[in-house]
Ligand binder design. Structure first.
Ligand code: ZN
Ligand code: FE
Length: 252
């Protein structure tokens, strides 16, 4: 499984997936036609388009790419009326195979009502769209804080070595937020150095590894005593802490 990172728009990531053995080519969340097609051209084909959710910055290239390559578009069944050009309706926990690559649908509502993640369980690679970012999580637009919290916990339970490919390069501003509210975290300080190196050399900070996120991403650390304490929520539930952090981040 080869994953090519395609920076799109101002801070989006689209991803091209190539299965060398079967020569199947797929793209996750084509944000725009031109940037994606520049990479797809090398392969001269695009078999599948995978959408995590319906937002324009994730489906913007759908129709033009489908038209050029006669691709099939996969998205969640709930979003059948909002994902442009959708052909194949996916269900929660469904498995789907493209060539030799197989993935499972993880239903992760919160950012939108029909948001899904694509988990390639043999390769241990997950595409999280706008649900989990490096050091952050998506805004809660259509769902509830509780849904988003539960969705993040589903991703948190994947194998710790899982590689995470998310929808945006938001890592720097997420890092600043984590540093502000998780002041004593030594893992975070190490990660800061690594992130700065990548950004200084114009490299994406993606993929990140789940194990690192669990140690550094404040939204996955709502059970941490130090964090609870620093928020004045010593005796509150993890969900309450999550909701507070999400609200603080919205205006950070
Ligand atoms: Zn979105
Ligand atoms: Fe987005």
């Amino acid at each position: 499984m080869k994953v090519e990172i395609i920076p799109c728009l101002s801070d989006n990531f689209s991803y091209l997936i190539h299965d060398k053995e079967s020569n199947k080519v797929s793209i996750v969340d084509p944000a725009e036609y031109n940037a994606c097609d520049d990479v797809i051209k090398k392969y001269k084909k695009l078999d599948f388009i995978l959408n995590t959710h319906h937002h324009a910055d994730h489906v913007g290239g759908n129709l033009e790419l489908k038209k050029k390559y006669n691709s099939k578009i996969l998205g969640f069944e709930l979003d059948k009326d909002r994902i442009p050009g959708i052909d194949i309706l996916l269900k929660e926990k469904q498995k789907y195979k493209i060539g030799n690559l197989e993935f499972k649908i993880i239903f992760v509502p919160g950012h939108t009502k029909g948001h899904i993640a694509f988990f390639f369980f043999k390769e241990k690679v997950v595409f999280t769209g706008d649900t989990l970012f490096s050091l952050g999580c998506g805004r809660v637009f259509e769902g509830t804080h509780e849904q988003m919290f539960n969705s993040l916990n589903k991703i948190k339970k994947l194998p710790s070595e899982t590689k995470i490919y998310c929808g945006h390069e938001y890592t720097k501003s997420n890092l600043d937020f984590c540093l502000a509210y998780d002041t004593k975290n030594t893992f975070l300080k190490k990660k800061e150095i690594d992130i700065q190196k990548k950004l200084n050399s114009n490299q994406p900070t993606i993929p990140t590894i789940l194990d690192q996120e669990i140690k550094t991403n404040i939204f996955l650390r709502c059970n941490d005593h130090e964090i609870k304490h620093s928020l004045g929520l010593k005796d509150s539930s993890d969900l309450k802490v999550f909701s507070k952090l999400r609200d603080l981040k919205d205006s950070f």
